[in-house]
Design a protein around this ligand. Structure first.
Ligand code: HEC
Ligand code: HEC
Length: 285
C-alpha cells in the first residue's frame, strides 16, 4: 500500500513537473554563439557580416540600440551625417577631433565603444549627469569583454552601414588561432544549457543595465532588493515578461522582452536561484 502511494506520488509529481515545464513559454534556446574566426571572416565582406552578427548577438548592442529610444537607433539613422555632426559638435573633445573622412569615423566608433563617456550624444546621458556620463558599458571590459578583433568587426559593420570605407585591419590568421585557442570552454557551452549564473547573465547582457558582478550599471533597478520583493515567481515574470510589472520609478519598454527565446528553462532557474541568494547574502549581513 505504502509502496503504491509512493509510486502514485512520484507519478503525480512527474506529471506536475512535465505540465509545468510545458506551460513555460517555449524556452529554448538559440543562445548567441561565440564564434570562432574562420577563413570566411578573413575578407572585408566576411568581417562586416561577422560584425553584424556580433551587433545583435554576443555584443548585445541591439539590447539598447533599437527603436525604443534607449540609445541612438544605429540601424535607422543616417550614420554618416550623425557621426560627422558628433565630431564637429562644440562639446566634442575626443580623439577624432581634427581628423576627417573614414579614419575619423573609425576613431569615433572605437572611442564610442571603449570609452563611451568621452562624448555623450545629447539627451542620452545617465540621469542627473547632464550628458557627462554615458549609460553604455565599455565593450572592452567585463561583462562584454570584446577583443580588439571583435571591436574591429563591429566598426567595419558600422562603417559599411554608414556607406563609408572600411578602414580597420582584417582579422589575421594569428587572430583565428587565438580565437580557436581561447574559446574552448565557450564552445562546449553551446551544446547545452549553462549552469553558471555569471555566464548566462553575461551572455544576456543583464549586467549592462543592472548592478551585477560589480558592473555598477544603474539603468535598471537593484536586483538584490527586487528579489526580496518579487520572490522566485515574480522574478520569473519580471525576466520573461518585463512589461507585466514595471519597477517603481522606471519606464516600460526598457528591458528586452525576448529572453524567453534565448534561454533554457534550467538557465532561467539558475538565474533565479542566483538572484534569490543575493537576497540571502543581504539579509544575513
Ligand atoms: C546598455 C545599453 C547599451 C548597450 C548594451 C550598447 N550601447 Fe551603444 N550607446 C548607448 C547609449 C545610451 C548611447 C548614447 C550615449 C553615448 O553617446 O554614449 C550609445 C552610443 C553609442 C554610439 C555612438 C552613437 C552616436 O549616435 O554617435 C555607438 C557607435 C555605439 N553606442 C555602439 C555600440 C555597440 C557597437 C554596442 C555593442 C557592442 C553598444 N553600443 C552597446 C547604450 C548602449
Ligand atoms: C537594456 C537594459 C536592461 C537589460 C539588458 C536587462 N534589464 Fe532588467 N530591467 C531594466 C529596467 C529599466 C527595469 C525596470 C523596468 C521594468 O520593471 O521593466 C528592469 C527590471 C528588471 C527586474 C524587475 C525589478 C523590480 O524591481 O521590479 C528584474 C528581476 C530584472 N530586470 C532582471 C533582469 C535580468 C535577469 C536580465 C538579464 C537576463 C535583465 N534584467 C536585463 C533594464 C534591463
Amino acid at each position: 500500500m505504502t509502496f503504491l502511494r509512493i509510486v502514485l506520488f512520484s507519478l503525480a509529481t512527474m506529471f506536475a513537473f512535465t505540465l509545468f515545464a510545458n506551460i513555460l513559454p517555449q524556452v529554448q534556446s538559440d543562445p548567441p554563439k561565440t564564434e570562432e574566426i574562420n577563413e570566411s571572416t578573413l575578407d572585408v565582406a566576411g568581417q562586416i557580416a561577422w560584425g553584424q552578427r556580433l551587433f545583435s548577438g554576443r555584443g548585445t548592442c541591439t539590447l539598447c540600440h533599437n527603436d525604443l529610444g534607449r540609445a541612438p537607433d544605429l540601424l535607422q539613422m543616417d550614420l554618416a551625417t550623425a557621426f560627422a555632426e558628433r565630431i564637429a559638435d562644440a562639446r566634442y573633445e575626443g580623439e577624432a577631433a581634427g581628423q576627417s573622412g573614414a579614419g575619423a569615423i573609425e576613431t569615433y566608433l572605437r572611442e564610442s565603444m571603449n570609452a563611451p563617456s568621452a562624448f555623450v550624444v545629447a539627451g542620452f546621458g545617465k540621469k542627473g549627469t547632464n550628458d557627462a556620463e554615458s549609460p553604455m558599458p565599455r565593450v572592452d571590459a567585463a561583462p562584454l569583454s570584446l577583443t580588439e578583433t571583435e571591436t574591429n568587426a563591429l566598426i567595419a559593420y558600422l562603417q559599411d552601414l554608414a556607406g563609408e570605407e572600411v578602414t580597420v585591419p582584417l582579422p589575421s590568421a594569428a587572430d583565428a588561432q587565438d580565437g580557436a585557442d581561447g574559446d574552448g570552454d565557450e564552445a562546449a557551452e553551446e551544446e547545452g544549457p549553462s549552469t553558471s549564473a555569471e555566464d548566462i547573465m553575461d551572455r544576456l547582457g543583464c549586467a549592462g543595465c543592472h548592478d551585477l558582478f560589480g558592473s555598477e550599471a544603474d539603468i535598471g533597478p537593484d536586483l538584490a532588493v527586487a528579489a526580496q520583493r518579487l520572490q522566485p515567481e515574480g522574478l520569473r515574470t519580471a525576466i520573461l515578461d518585463p512589461n507585466a510589472i514595471i519597477a517603481e520609478g522606471y519606464e516600460a519598454d526598457f528591458m528586452p522582452d525576448d529572453y524567453a527565446e534565448q534561454l533554457w528553462v534550467s538557465e532561467l532557474n539558475v538565474m533565479i536561484d542566483y538572484l534569490m541568494q543575493l537576497e540571502g547574502a543581504e539579509t544575513e549581513q
